[in-house]
Design a protein around this ligand. Structure first.
Ligand code: SF4
Length: 88
């Protein structure tokens, strides 16, 4: 039994993935990816059957001017930026 097969078997048996194990699954390539998707589908069926839910979230942006300017953000602009806007 391969490492991935053993891990998926453990998960289907109730084992909760560690961060390292989850990373190992994310790094998997080739045919073993189908084993992962099959196991994920089995878990989905166990937990949610065929019921699909989602959250509809809407954000109305009246301005993109922001004082924080977080390093990861591609949205916020400083007040003097040529891409800044403010809809009244
Ligand atoms: S995420 Fe962007 S818009 Fe939000 S506070 Fe940070 S810079 Fe401003």
């Amino acid at each position: 039994m391969s490492e991935i097969s053993k891990l998926l078997s453990d998960v289907l048996g109730g084992h909760r993935l560690t961060g390292t194990e989850a990373t190992r699954l994310l790094d998997t390539q080739g045919k073993e990816v189908f084993q992962i998707t099959s196991a994920a589908d089995e878990m989905r069926e166990r937990h949610a059957e065929d019921i699909v839910t989602y959250v509809k979230n809407q954000n109305l942006h009246v301005t993109n001017i922001c004082k924080n300017l977080c390093g990861f953000c591609g949205f916020g602009r400083s007040a003097g930026d040529e891409e800044a806007y403010c809809n009244d």
